[in-house]
Design a protein around this ligand. Sequence first.
Ligand code: ADP
Ligand code: MG
Length: 323
Amino acid sequence: QVTIDKIAAGEVIERPASIVKELLENAIDAGATSITVEIRDGGISFIRVTDNGCGIEMEDIPAAFLRHSTSKIRSAEDLSHISSLGFRGEALSSIAAVAQVELITKTKDSTFGASYRIEGGKGGHPEETGAPDGTTFLVRQLFYNTPARRKFLKTPMTEASHVGDLVTRLALSHPEISFQFRNNGQSKLHTSGNGSLRDVIYHVYGREIASHLLEVDFEGRGIHISGCIGEPLVSRGNRNFENYFINGRYVKSSIISKAIEDAYKDFQMQHKYPFTVLHIQVDTEIVDVNVHPTKMEVRFQNQQEIYNSVCEAVSRSLHHDEL
Ligand code: ADP
Ligand code: MG
C-alpha cells in the first residue's frame, strides 16, 4: 500500500502548488468561507492551510488518508454529475506518502477537536485536542523520502510563485470565500470574501485594471457566462490575462480562448489578448470534467455551442459599452 501510494502520488503531487491545490479544493468542498495558506521556502519545507469548514470526525480521520477513500461519491451514478472539486479520493493519501503531514480538525457538533500525524504513508492514532471549528493541514518536508523527485523542484521563489498563481485563481473563482496567502511571513493576498468579483480583481491586479472592466452576463442554450472583460494594462503576447472557470474549475481551452479573442478582435482593441475573468456554468452532461488529475484542458462534447456562447457573451458586453 505504501509503495503504491508513493508511485500514485507522483501523478498528483509534482510540486508544492499541487499540494496546495488539493488542500484548497478540499477546504472549498468542506464549505469554508475563510481559508488561509501559509508557505515557507516556496512550500518545500512548510505548507499550512487553515479553513473554517465542516471539519472531519475523529473516527473518520485515518480512513480519509486511504487511497480511493472519498466522502464525495456515493454511487456510480454520481460520477456523471460531478459537482464537487474532489472526486478521486487520492489527494490525502498521495500527500501523506511523500511528506510529513499533521492534521488538526474539529466539527461543529463535537466538543473537542482531533490531531493526527502521518508521514511516508504511516499514520498514528488521532488524539483529542482543543481546536477551533474547521481544519488545518500542515505539510512539511515535501519529497523527504523521495530525493530523486525533490531534484525536479525549482527554486523556492519559482515554487512560491506557482502557489501564488494557484491561490489567485481560486480567489477569482470564489469571490464569496475570503482567501489569505502568506509567503515567508509576508502577506501576499487577502480577499474579503464579500462575493464581489471586482473586489477580488482589485486585490489581485490593482485599481487600474479593476476600474476599467465591463460586465459580462449571458444566458442561453444551457450555458451561463458571467464575469468581467477589459483591456490588459500591458500588452502581453500571451493569454496570461485570460482567466476562465468552467463550473468553478480553472481550465485552459483553445476553443474558449479563440472565442474570446475573435469577439474582442471585432472591436479593434489595442491588444490581441484581453483581460478576462469569466465564470462559465454549463450542464455537467455536456462538459467532460474527467480529465487527467494534473492537466487543465477540458473537453467539450459540443465545441461549436461553447464557442458561439462565449463569442456572443463577449460581443454583447463590448457592444453594450458602445451604446
Ligand atoms: P476527495 O477530495 O477526492 O474526496 P481527498 O483525499 O482529497 O479525497 O480527501 C479525502 C476525504 O477527507 C474527503 O472526502 C473529505 O471527507 C475529507 N477531507 C479532506 N480535507 C478536508 C477538509 N479540509 N475539511 C473537511 N473534510 C476534509
Ligand atoms: Mg480532495
